[in-house]
Design a protein around this ligand. Structure first.
Ligand code: SF4
Length: 219
């Protein structure tokens, strides 16, 4: 079994693959197309699903924060988990999303949590407290996500202010390339003996009881 530090290092290296996709795409953009900048945090509000490898990388980064910052993050995570408890489609105490959750349940939860800031978002600076260990979604949001000619996730509304739909699609990240990043994360986690298919949120990764149990098995 991999020691925890080594596992986290491999997970963060795998996550960096998403940064490379972002950098390749944004390097080819035209002036004025990209509004993303430090301090803009519109995409850091609302809860969303992350995988177990991302959850462990994030938990490790939070554990390494100075005590005061860590306490503030955990307090916000607890409040975010409490606020979404009524609609959370899964086992909130463990921190796991139900892999069999329906689209309707997912939609209701997503809607209820749409105004909840990410627990590791620091305000008013708009800084991510765990930037180097942030999940894949955070590394690619802003550009659209596509599969061939079909848009799966729209670009941030602040980007591409005067571009045509065709131009936005042409600048999108191909989902198949992101699958490679996800697969790398899954392989690293599997090598460490972690279960496959676990999904959570940033708030629940930090507050769910199951994650501490999983970590103890890795040390
Ligand atoms: S992890 Fe960081 S980048 Fe991702 S939503 Fe939270 S604050 Fe934003």
């Amino acid at each position: 079994m991999l020691p925890m530090q080594k596992l986290i290092g491999r997970l963060v290296t795998s996550l960096a693959g998403a940064d490379r996709l972002w950098e390749e795409k944004t390097a080819a953009l035209r002036p004025g197309e990209l509004a993303c900048r430090p301090g803009c945090f519109g995409c850091c509000v609302g809860l969303f699903a992350i995988g177990l490898p991302e959850a462990l990388a994030l938990r490790h980064a939070v554990a390494e924060l100075p005590a005061r910052d860590r306490a503030a993050v955990l307090g916000r995570a607890t409040r975010a988990a409490e606020q979404s408890a009524a609609t959370f489609p899964g086992d909130a105490a463990a921190g796991f999303l139900d892999p069999e959750r329906s689209d309707a349940a997912e939609g209701a939860w997503f809607l209820a949590a749409r105004g909840t800031p990410c627990p590791v978002l620091e305000l008013p600076s708009g800084r991510c407290a765990v930037y180097a260990a942030r999940p894949t979604t955070c590394r690619t949001y802003g550009l659209a996500l596509r599969t061939g000619g079909e848009t799966l996730v729209s670009a941030c509304e602040l980007n591409f202010p005067a571009a045509s739909a065709a131009r936005v699609l042409a600048t999108a990240i191909e989902a198949g390339n992101l699958t490679g990043v996800d697969q790398a994360l899954v392989e690293v986690a599997a090598a460490a003996g972690l279960p496959a298919g676990v999904e959570t949120t940033i708030a629940h990764a930090l507050t769910g009881a199951a994650f501490a149990v999983l970590e103890r098995g890795l040390r």
